[in-house]
Design a protein around this ligand. Structure first.
Ligand code: PGA
Length: 256
């Protein structure tokens, strides 16, 4: 299993500049007090706060990530942000294929694949989101949906590339609903993902790829959700908006 867990804050379309900076200051204080050696913490603010948050977290182990990017390098793509731009703001990570991107912005597995390949090419670490919606969950289609998502999203990703990919299993029915998957459900999908990676790559990739869980993680359920060996951390939405709650989740991961 990967030696470090990863806890990422996905702020979505929340927080302006001042709020983002305040949050970064609070988290920084926490890091000054405690040395976290076995959890990687990533903040994913909106694009407009990336630079400011980057400046705040300079010199700390906190990492910066973006919530999306475009797959082209440069040019006439009004409103889009390139991998190079993200890197120039200090990003190391980028969330790709979040279910909200799929649902509201028509992102397909094929588009996500182009983004994953571009991110890797430019030296960014993608956090690739997969997960079934409620209907698919009820119809017991979880494994086939995820199989397809992984096959296409990771198509042409080399063994070298996959070493820089984190997979986030986020059941859509659990996102922002207050209804998290049980640790057992998360574990079983994570195990399925590892089997899939073994088929696509090999045993080492299957064991070493970081697979995190997302969907209504809270300070109350985090410890339990991070208990299965195969769950290597979390992608946190709502509960990452308050520093105090987010810190409790980091603690839950770290004390596992
Ligand atoms: P949530 O969101 O924690 O608010 O459910 C998770 C996510 O969308 O990444």
């Amino acid at each position: 299993m990967p030696n470090k867990k990863l806890i990422a804050a996905n702020w979505k379309m929340n927080k302006g500049l001042v709020q983002s900076q305040q949050f970064a200051d609070e988290l920084k204080k926490y890091f000054e007090k405690y040395k976290l050696t076995d959890t990687e913490v990533v903040l994913c603010p909106p694009f407009t706060s990336l630079d400011a948050v980057n400046k705040k977290i300079a010199g700390t182990p906190i990492k910066l990530g973006a919530q999306n990017m475009y797959f082209e390098t440069i040019g006439a793509y009004t409103g889009e942000i390139s991998a190079g731009m993200l890197k120039s703001c200090g990003c190391e990570y980028v969330i790709l294929g979040h279910s909200e991107r799929r649902q509201y912005f028509n992102e397909t597995n094929a588009i996500i694949n182009k983004k994953v390949l571009k991110a890797l090419d430019e030296g960014l670490k993608p956090i690739v989101c997969v997960g079934e919606n409620l209907q698919e969950h009820e119809d017991k289609l979880t494994e086939s949906v995820i199989d397809e998502q992984i096959t296409v999203c990771l198509s042409h990703v080399s063994e070298e590339g996959i070493a820089n990919v984190t997979i986030a299993y986020e059941p859509v029915w659990a996102i922002g609903t207050g209804k998290n998957a049980t640790p057992h459900q998360a574990e079983s999908v994570h195990n399925f993902l590892r089997k899939k990676l073994k088929k696509m790559y090999n045993d080492d990739v299957s064991k070493n790829t970081k697979i995190i869980y997302g969907g209504s993680v809270t300070p109350e359920n985090a410890k339990e959700l991070f208990t299965p060996q195969t769950v290597n951390g979390g992608l946190i939405g709502g509960a990452s908006l308050e520093a105090e709650k987010f810190i409790k989740i980091i603690n839950a991961s770290n004390s596992k």
